[in-house]
Design a protein around this ligand. Sequence first.
Ligand code: AMP
Length: 511
Amino acid sequence: MNHNLFETFARRMNARNQSAFIVTPEGRDFTYADAVSLSARLAGGLIALGVKPGDRVAVQVDKSPEAILLYLACLRMGGVYLPLNTGYTAAEIGYFLADAEPALFVCRPESIADARQIAADTGCPQVATLGVTGDGSLMATATSAEPFERIEERAENDLAAILYTSGTTGRSKGAMLTHRNLGSNAKTLMETWRFSEADRLIHALPIFHTHGLFVACNVILMSGASMLFLSRFDVDTVIEAMADGTGTTLMGVPTFYTRLLQDDRLTPELTRHMRLFTSGSAPLTAETHREFEKRTGHAILERYGMTETNMNTSNPYEGDRIAGTVGLPLPGVELRVANPETDTHQPLPQGEIGMLEVRGPNVFIGYWRMPEKTRAELLDDGFFVTGDLGMIDERGYVHIVGRDKDLVISGGFNVYPKEVEQLIDDMDAVLESAVIGVPHPDFGEGVTAVIVLQPDASIDEADVTAALKSHLAKYKQPKRVFFVDSLPRNTMGKVQKNQLRETYKDIYANA
Ligand code: AMP
């Protein structure tokens, strides 16, 4: 039996034939029949460029339908798709090419000179280009090459993709994802979220990350649905797509929802054609969840996953979508809360906060060429140590309290940033906050709050300190409070706490 993920997709694609797969606001539309034939052409192009089954194909291109067809082509001919963040600089790309040793690097047409240099420096044998309208050398090669009409035979545990983690500390690691990992998760999500041929997803996420590439595109391909492919999130375009009924679902990061909430056009009437809104990649505050429900009648369905594991938990489709939680483990996924202070990985009693560890067909098989890191995080019993701290409540819903590395240890006591952030966020004057630990001569780390105020609000450090006093033990109270215009975020909407720690690293130097 061929376990190539493309084999599963191909069944749906052939059945959907002339139905839409990707449409764009510019009218660059692709049917499923187009996806079948163009993926064969592009696979032929890859082979003509020397790519063999098992070879990595590194890709740093702007979002376009053709980039998804390239991903499909790569699966089809047994290559390993390796997408790279469009924001990476030439120097960063050099690291990835040297580490992954791809057989081909596909870059933007305008980056060809740099790309050739990096390829020469890192021993990458081929470079091709792909632009936002399908322009560039890759399509030209594909057009003149013999199409690859077959589907290369793959085993369950053969690699389908390598995704580098965003790596805020240390070197970025290449998560090795198999055909089974991606296929099992796509099927589970399609079923859990009830995706069908009738759906049209408003796709406004980047496609170099697990959310926009696998959660979004694989679920669509698995269900034979279609997507409105937007180059980026733009409030006007998304609102238009909801208003005229073009879209039925939206997969977002929390910032999509906070931005939509700032717009008066967001009403029950606007969202009447929408079936489902999901959120992930960063915490959705309970307040945003409630506010969105109040404004539209839709309870955003929050889920939790990561590059290494695909999706692990989800709020239910039917049943309570509880604000501030990431829901229940998905079918087939086991999740335990282990004591982070011992090496035994024993589950803690229900309700206690600890390290989230997950096991299932969704969990990757290791970090590319990093056996020690793999051994440290992927345990012998198959559980992966996520690095996220959380707990399971009495109804079985998972709550995330933050990344292990964001935990603040002040005077020997653990402070979970989320507990403090939630209290600060509850203040009327506050839009959002981030709580970090920075070096402190007496306490090891000092709890420090960085706050963004609501427009026109004015409170000061003393107001915040006074408001928290009766709610928090002394060691949890921020020793300093800073006000900023916005929090630093990456493209997935995650607050970059490492940047904040750097900015404020010296504030207690003379304390
Ligand atoms: P990435 O590998 O870039 O997808 O990042 C994965 C990390 O994002 C997880 O380990 C979590 O820390 C965080 N994350 C993803 N989804 C959520 C969520 N719904 N709530 C809180 N954190 C999340």
